[in-house]
Design a protein around this ligand. Structure first.
Ligand code: NAD
Ligand code: UDP
Ligand code: UDP
Length: 343
């Protein structure tokens, strides 16, 4: 097979995405689906910085050009408006498949579209990986554990998921995406990687995506009360985005299929999170209780032993360090120049 790309670009395409030992890791062609979104855009920054060529494929449902605008004009960067539910022809070495709305408000907005994105979109990207011999990484989610009966969650736990609930389009969709990924691996020999991502926050999150960290931060900055759903005793574990990106790259480059939990084990109740936001932004911020959403998982905390041992990965940024970095980005976007992005 010959690369269809312009001369001058050293692709390892002909080696099926595998880099022989000793060769410099330069010049990979990488697709990031969902690369105009929150996590995707941070991943793109890292890949471009290390010298790779990146094609972002995004339909801008929840993503935004502003998140990747700083790469416009870079010959190693390309942005394609495309919906992954439709087939796609490209020639690349690696596929990071992130395309999928992540916030419950967004993924419940059009549940059928969400499940199509997870199932048909993932099928298409696996078909692409199979055809060109690219390595494929799926960004799955802690939601595959549902409302977990095991705590903390280990990768071997099969989960407790409602198949007909309002979150099913997302969590069952991701479970099917994992199944497809493993079946392409076993059946067609596609090199795959699976990450199960736990709640992640940081600069460039959608301001009004309804997730708890973005809600609390935006509310505190706007001098509105922090909306705690239910009794606020449910827990989540919050990971700063740079830690996640490091984990995703280590997973893609490593030799293990996974699945791997990628999350920060620091566990907080929503009331504790509200308190950290008060300490960080406004100690006078009020708390307002609201009814909780349907099928809300009661607790969530990753067991990351496997990622520590096999990927040598460990999250470095605790909530009290990460939150201020997100706050300055939100402050700029809420009160200042809307085009500013922060890394
Ligand atoms: P995001 O909503 O910011 O990004 C998703 C991106 O995918 C957006 O740019 C959106 O426009 C794009 N997209 C959605 N549907 C598409 C389609 N059909 N075709 C092409 N592009 C499409 O979300 P994020 O937080 O960056 O999440 C990225 C990935 O990580 C998702 O797959 C999500 O399920 C997973 N994940 C995220 C978290 C988290 O806390 N952020 C947790 C678990 C899993
Ligand atoms: N596909 C794609 N790009 C490619 C190769 C395949 O989008 O480069 C899509 C293809 O349209 C199909 C899916 O991926 O819907 C699965 O492809 P595969 O070859 O595995 O299955 P088949 O086409 O035989 O159903
Ligand atoms: N939540 C909250 N206030 C908000 C938004 C969310 O208390 O303004 C709660 C929500 O009920 C859930 C937790 O925060 O228990 C995390 O919600 P999020 O939507 O951020 O992510 P999830 O982990 O549910 O996908």
């Amino acid at each position: 097979r010959r690369s269809v790309y312009p001369t001058g670009f050293e692709s390892s395409f002909s080696m099926g995405g595998k880099i022989p030992l000793g060769l410099k890791r330069k010049g990979l062609r990488i697709v990031v689906t969902g690369g105009a979104g929150f996590v995707g855009s941070h991943l793109v920054d890292r890949l471009i910085a290390r010298g790779d060529s990146v094609i972002v494929v995004d339909n801008f449902f929840t993503g935004n050009k502003d998140n990747v605008m700083h790469h416009f004009g870079n010959p190693r960067f390309e942005l394609i408006r495309h919906d992954v539910v439709e087939p796609l022809l490209l020639e690349v070495d690696q596929i990071y498949h992130l395309a999928c709305p992540a916030s419950p408000v967004h993924y419940k907005h059009n549940p059928v579209k969400t499940i199509k994105t997870n199932v048909v979109g993932t099928l298409n990207m696996l078909g692409l990986a199979k055809r060109i011999g690219a390595r494929f990484l799926l960004t799955s989610t802690s939601e595959v554990y549902g409302d977990p009966l095991q705590h903390p969650q280990v990768e071997t736990y099969w989960g407790n998921v409602n198949p007909i609930g309002v979150r099913s389009c997302y969590d069952e969709g991701k479970r099917t995406a994992e199944t497809l990924t493993m079946d392409y691996h076993r059946g067609a020999g596609v090199e795959v990687r699976i990450a199960r991502i736990f709640n992640t926050y940081g600069p460039r999150m959608c301001i009004d995506d309804g997730r708890v960290v973005s809600n609390f931060v935006a509310q505190a900055l706007r001098k509105e009360p922090l909306t705690v759903y239910g009794d606020g005793k449910q827990t989540r574990s919050f990971q700063y985005v740079s830690d996640l990106v490091e984990g995703l790259i280590r997973l893609m480059e490593g030799e293990h299929v996974g699945p791997f939990n990628l999350g920060n084990p620091g566990e907080f109740t929503m009331l504790e999170l509200a308190q950290v936001v008060q300490e960080t932004i406004d100690s006078e911020a009020k708390i307002e209780f609201r009814p909780n959403t349907e099928d809300d998982p009661h607790k969530r905390k990753p067991d990351i032993t496997k990622a520590k041992e096999l990927l040598g990965w460990n999250p470095k940024v605790p909530l009290r360090k990460g939150l201020p970095m997100m706050v300055s980005d939100f402050r700029q976007r809420i009160f200042g120049d809307h085009k500013t992005t922060t890394t």
